[in-house]
Design a protein around this ligand. Structure first.
Ligand code: GDP
Ligand code: PGA
Ligand code: MN
Length: 604
């Protein structure tokens, strides 16, 4: 039988010619049993979640409304950076930090993988929009997928469905985002709860603004509006069009004097973005509201200020460590239901649990590996990269500006990583270029958010190492240019934070979480010109008295240790930074070498 008869292919609810042609081409290649145009309705959610329950992929939670427990295949739990490619026409445009393959070669390999790969399955067409569809230039995408899990998760994470398709009209541009689990079903073959393939490819064609993903069902590999579109493809668009697509949370901070500041912060995956975005301040009179927890698109406004917008519609948060003590607003958000929990543990009464949710674990659980689990078990009940996927509109502290397509004017940008040593709790950059240097040299210990070793220190520039869709040297240059082309007095001030410094016994020096409001307070007081700082070799660091530690269970010595600039530790960074910069050859802006020379000079 030919694909012309594929149900759903000939009665599409759109006249968008390019979209129709692409869907047909992909359906003919992948040969699904049927094509379904996703409308984003409640009925569709009901149908698909029930289908996932019937397939054994989802377990409906008794204790949370309209919510589901899901365990993935144990081999498919995180982003696969070694299988992620930037297939630019010219290899130099992918740069030294990305995997590259010739686009033609990659397409021929993947075309063979895609051939017949949806046999026995449904191809879903998901029209989506990153950011409000009311924007001047709505950022459309269409994901094709053979995974019901992806459809359901995309409905949480992005604006999807009929209204988006309608807004696309017959010729609006969109990013084609092709996804397959790579697990075709033969006639009569029993499906597994989490189909996927051992062969995985997460591929970006930056010039064509196109994404091809194969073999994985995990969030960052499969929900293509998120890291693939909103960071890798969008960073290329941003370079070409003079804006910024960044791995940043956005928060609104109100001081006791009712002054409002918007702050963006870039931390690598699993280094505290979601937590900071939803922070409950411990210091009286301060208020935080959430705008975004992972991605910020930033453009300059007519007033010369930098405005940030969160293009996403949901939260895809790291579950372990999220609890009533650490992140009560995340707990309140998920308690409202309408959520998918992947690779956490299931309680006997139909709720979810993970390490760090409560101090005492339940006496018995079903682990993410679907095994019996008790507090005496050797392994954690939940995978360290287990996730909650929940609508951002349920966040009780969501700022009303969230829906404004214009975004919010940013006063401060924080860069941060996970470092046991060296990096002080907070450092203010001397100026924009010094801040770009901080971003370009950002380092962090690897986490479970990507496959591979955990706890290894690596450079993660701007927390974007796995997400820059082009040559990272050019990306640094784009940041330097951004500073040059705009009024310096209106640019955000840049800071570098580290919540993860340790003492000799291996414990965290800084209590973190809600107490990070004390650092935000110092940042605001620096913006207002009221807080003192010590000028060190690496930038302006709070004097122990300028940081509000009142009521904190910390000795002065501990505070000093958290803030310390140890010249020997920093001298050890210099050759590492030199080696890092050498990778970029003449793509590295010369200002970065100048900044390194300043650092060396100040350390001497
Ligand atoms: P994201 O992936 O960048 O959004 O990171 P999350 O906010 O989800 O946090 C990742 C992990 O770091 C979780 O286990 C958190 O509990 C933990 N974490 C977040 N903020 C802090 C902090 O201030 N201090 C410490 N010690 N851990 C934190
Ligand atoms: P995050 O990314 O860890 O930055 O929240 C999600 C992902 O890895 O897909
Ligand atoms: Mn997060």
């Amino acid at each position: 039988m030919t694909s012309v008869a594929t149900p759903g292919l000939d009665n599409a609810p759109t006249t968008h010619a390019r979209l129709l042609a692409w869907v047909r081409e992909m359906a003919e290649l992948t040969t699904p049993d049927r094509v379904v145009w996703v409308d984003g309705s409640d009925e569709e959610w009901e149908r698909l979640t029930q289908q996932l329950v019937d397939a054994g992929t989802f377990t409906r939670l008794e204790k949370k409304p309209n919510s589901f427990w899901c365990a993935s295949d144990p081999s498919d739990v995180a982003r696969v950076e070694d299988r992620t490619f930037i297939c630019s026409v010219d290899e130099a445009d992918a740069g030294p930090t990305n995997n590259w393959m010739d686009p033609g070669e990659m397409k021929s390999i993947m075309t063979e993988l895609y051939r017949g790969c949806m046999r026995g399955r449904t191809m879903y067409v998901i029209p989506f929009c990153m950011g409000p569809v009311e924007a001047e230039n709505p950022m459309f995408g269409v994901e094709l997928t053979d995974s019901e899990y992806v459809v359901v998760s995309m409905r949480v994470m992005a604006r999807i469905g009929s209204a988006i398709l309608e807004a696309m009209g017959e010729d609006r541009p969109f990013v084609p985002a092709m996804h397959s689990l790579g697990a075709p079903l033969d006639e009569g073959q029993q499906d597994v709860p989490w189909p996927c393939s051992e062969t995985k490819y997460i591929v970006h064609f930056p010039e064509e603004r196109m994404i091809w993903s194969y073999g994985s069902g995990y969030g960052g590999n499969a929900l293509l509006g998120k890291k693939c579109y909103s960071l890798r493809i969008a960073s290329v668009m941003a370079r070409d069009e003079g804006w910024l697509a960044e791995h940043m949370l956005i928060l609104k901070l109100t001081s006791p004097q009712q002054k409002t500041y918007y702050i963006a912060a870039a931390f690598p995956s699993a280094c505290g973005k979601t937590n900071l975005a939803m922070l409950e301040p411990t210091i009286p009179g301060w208020k935080v509201e959430t705008l975004g927890d992972d991605i910020a698109w930033m453009r300059f406004g007519e007033d010369g200020r930098l405005y940030a917008l969160n293009p996403e519609f949901g939260l895809f948060g790291v579950a372990p460590g999220t609890g009533w003590d650490t992140n009560p607003n995340a707990m309140r958000t998920i308690d409202k239901g309408n959520s998918v929990f992947t690779n956490v543990a299931l309680t006997d009464d139909g709720d979810i649990w993970w390490e760090g949710m409560t101090e005492e674990p339940p006496a018995h659980l079903t682990s993410w590996k679907k095994q019996d689990w008790t507090p005496g078990s050797d392994e954690p009940s939940s995978h360290p990269n287990s996730r909650f996927c929940t609508p951002i509109t349920q966040c009780p502290i969501l700022a009303p500006e969230y829906t404004d397509p214009k975004g919010v004017p940013i006063s401060a940008i924080l860069f941060g990583g996970r470092r046991k040593t060296t990096i002080p709790l907070v450092t203010e950059a001397r100026d924009w270029n010094h801040g770009v240097f901080m971003g370009a040299t950002l380092s962090s210990e690897t986490t479970a958010a990507a496959t591979g070793a955990v706890g290894v220190v690596r450079r993660d520039p701007f927390a974007m190492l796995p997400f820059i869709g082009y040559n990272a040297g050019d990306y640094f240059g784009h940041w330097v240019e951004t500073g040059k082309q705009h009024d310096a007095t209106k640019l955000p001030k840049i800071f570098y934070v580290n919540w993860f410094r340790r003492d000799e016994d291996g414990g965290f020096l800084w209590p973190g979480f809600g107490e990070n409001s004390r650092v935000l307070k110092w940042v605001v007081e620096r913006l207002e010109g009221t807080a003192a700082a010590e000028e060190t070799a690496v930038g302006h660091v709070p004097t122990p008295d300028s940081l509000d530690v009142s009521g904190l269970d910390m000795t002065r010595e501990q505070v000093e240790k958290a803030l310390a600039v140890d010249k020997d530790e920093w001298r050890a960074e210099v050759p590492q930074i030199t080696e890092w910069f050498q990778k970029f050859g003449d793509k590295l802006p010369s200002t970065m070498w100048d900044e390194l020379a300043i650092l060396e000079h100040r350390l001497a």
